[in-house]
Write a protein that binds this ligand. Structure first.
Ligand SMILES: Nc1ncnc2c1ncn2[C@@H]1O[C@H](COP(=O)(O)OP(=O)(O)OP(=O)(O)O)[C@@H](O)[C@H]1O
Ligand SMILES: [Mg+2]
Length: 259
């Protein structure tokens, strides 16, 4: 079995009485794509925020290799090689695409201090995410698909060993989803470990080596995609709800067609 690169024990985050994440033990192995799924409000984004230090833990601990990283500041965690994208993309307004990504290059693992080098690195990342030619545009001019890829580029500019992706496919059409899936696979083939939150089930099941399922802040299942999708608890907590919705819509449509 591959080495464990990221590990959490009893990871917990409560906002007052609201138990967003409770007692999660997890491991991410070097070089794997670990999917994180669960209904809205299950605690997925909070879980990522605990890993990258955006939020402090209520209890528990997170380790990167053998070092405890919970308690460190987000920039310190980024320097060690963990970076993330945000579900709600917030590029720096009034700056160009290139400038937005160059900031990442200045703060990441490589700790590039030279602005010229940061720009060069940035250009190559922008072409990797298919944003070449957009370098000098203001970020406001980008469409949703381009903004998602910019968000990915900003995380990549830190040259992370572990990449945390929060719904990078949300709002994209099928072609755009396929393109970003290819990109994620390519980043994984480069050796990066990737934790990916996604509601687009087909995509996450195809991409992930293993999947963790969260529900009401607790881990209710874990395993390879096939095992997880046939798990009774997962079907009733998450898949069932979605299947039922689709089923309802199909029945409604069928009855309309009959009328
Ligand atoms: N800063 C915060 N303060 C208080 N409550 C919060 C905060 N952040 C998240 N929560 C709550 O914690 C719970 C988990 O939220 P979280 O955003 O982690 O869920 P999620 O699984 O990412 O959901 P979604 O699929 O909708 O993105 C929710 O009930 C949410 O309202
Ligand atoms: Mg979320």
């Amino acid at each position: 079995m591959k080495d464990v690169i990221l590990r959490g024990a009893g990871v917990t985050k409560h906002f007052g009485a609201l138990k967003a994440v409770t007692d999660i033990d997890f491991e991410a192995r070097q070089g794997e794509i670990l999917g994180i799924i669960g209904p809205n409000g299950a605690g997925k984004t909070t879980f990522l925020s605990l890993i990258n230090g955006t939020l402090p833990l209520t209890r528990g601990a997170i380790f990167f290799r053998d070092e405890k990283i919970s308690g460190l500041k987000p920039y310190q965690i980024a320097e060690r090689g963990i970076s993330r994208t945000f579900q709600i993309v917030k590029p720096f307004p009034g700056m160009t695409v290139l400038e937005n990504v160059a900031i990442g290059a200045l703060f990441g693992k490589e700790n590039i201090k030279d602005a010229k080098k940061a720009r060069e690195k940035t250009r190559s990342i922008l072409s990797q995410v298919h944003l070449e030619g957009k370098e000098e545009l203001g970020v406001e001019t980008l469409n949703i698909s381009e903004r998602k890829r910019l968000e990915l580029a900003r995380a990549l500019a830190m040259n992370p060993e572990v990449l945390l992706l929060d719904e990078v496919m949300a709002g994209l059409n099928l072609t755009e989803i396929e393109s970003i899936m290819e990109l994620i696979s390519a980043l994984n083939r480069e050796g990066r470990t990737i934790l990916v939150i996604e509601h687009v089930l087909k995509a996450i099941m195809a991409l992930s080596h293993r999947v963790i399922v969260l529900h009401h802040g607790e881990k209710i299942a874990e395993g390879d995609p096939a095992t997880v999708t046939s798990d009774e608890r997962v079907i009733s907590a998450y898949l069932g709800e979605r299947y039922a919705k689709t089923k309802g819509k199909t029945e409604e449509l069928c009855s309309k067609l009959k009328d």
